[in-house]
Design a protein around this ligand. Structure first.
Ligand code: NAD
Length: 248
């Protein structure tokens, strides 16, 4: 199916590896010009080679609002108006209430909530002017179902989800959709680090009895950014092999 986004321009944050990389790859396969960021130029170069075509690579740390805004500014300088924003970033450190000091919450909120908001500030005015835009944030299943030993992620990402839903309503009449994808377990560096040798046991607890492939996640993201998804906004879609236990 032609997604109708050939020639569009996308900024995909934290995309040298993992889910961001998979989303950038899927968008590029649809003929979208992509700008990707990461913290290391050589990893970005490797990612750009693998994606193929004309990929703008930008060294930025999106754990801060300053880094997130700088990414968008440089992506706009490279590509022009950003039609598609994929707000993503590395997750905050693990830990529970007892092991997490109070002063860890501020940086986690900046990393997993404010940084995405800063990216939205960077792209929404021009999207509004051209009356077309797609904003897609990568959050986590944790916003539906808090995950064990991830109190910072569980807390900060729910705030971002509230922001996204509010923004979605405000810009819907301008032709801009705002959605999030909530990944369950996918096979990336982050998950290998978090679960280590316990990964097979953790995967066995997912109804699908397997964990997700980043490339499949990327294709779902591209669909949400498609022309055809214009009526799909304000949604948080869990991509989790059935792990979320609720009805809605
Ligand atoms: P990852 O750690 O495997 O990859 C993240 C990519 O982003 C890497 O290329 C890394 O270099 C880059 N990156 C990390 N921190 C960055 C920063 N501060 N600035 C710029 N680039 C940065 O992560 P992932 O598994 O691809 O996950 C993406 C997001 O989805 C994370 O926020 C993660 O917590 C969340 N998530 C992932 C899963 C999963 O199963 N993989 C599940 C739930 C939530």
């Amino acid at each position: 199916m032609d997604l109708g986004i050939t020639g569009r321009r996308a900024a995909v944050a934290a995309a040298s590896r993992g889910l961001g990389f998979a989303v950038a790859t899927a968008l590029a396969q649809e003929g979208v010009a992509v700008a990707i960021c990461g913290r290391d130029q050589s990893r970005l170069d490797e990612a750009a080679r693998s994606i193929g075509g004309d990929v703008a690579t930008i060294v930025c740390d999106v754990a801060t609002t300053g880094g997130a805004s700088a990414f968008i500014e440089q992506a706009q300088a490279a590509l022009g108006v950003i039609d598609i924003l994929v707000a993503n970033g590395g997750g905050p450190p693990g830990g529970d209430f007892s092991s997490t000091p109070l002063d860890a919450y501020g940086p986690a909120v900046e990393r997993s909530m404010l940084s995405a908001i800063a990216m939205c500030h960077g792209v929404v005015p021009a999207m509004r002017e051209q009356r077309w835009g797609r904003i897609l944030a990568i959050t986590s299943l944790a916003v539906r179902q808090p995950l064990e030993n991830l109190i910072l992620s569980n807390s900060a990402r729910t705030g971002l989800t509230g922001f996204l839903k509010t923004l979605a309503n405000e810009v819907a009449a301008d032709g801009i959709t705002v959605n999030s994808l909530q990944p369950g377990l996918h096979e990336t560096d982050r998950i290998r680090e978090l679960y280590g040798e316990r990964l097979p046991e953790r995967a066995a607890a997912v109804p699908s009895r397997t964990i997700g492939r980043p490339e499949d996640f990327g294709r779902i993201a591209a669909m949400l950014c498609s022309e055809h998804a214009k009526f799909l906004t304000g949604a948080g879609v869990h991509v989790d092999g059935g792990e979320y236990g609720g009805l809605l």
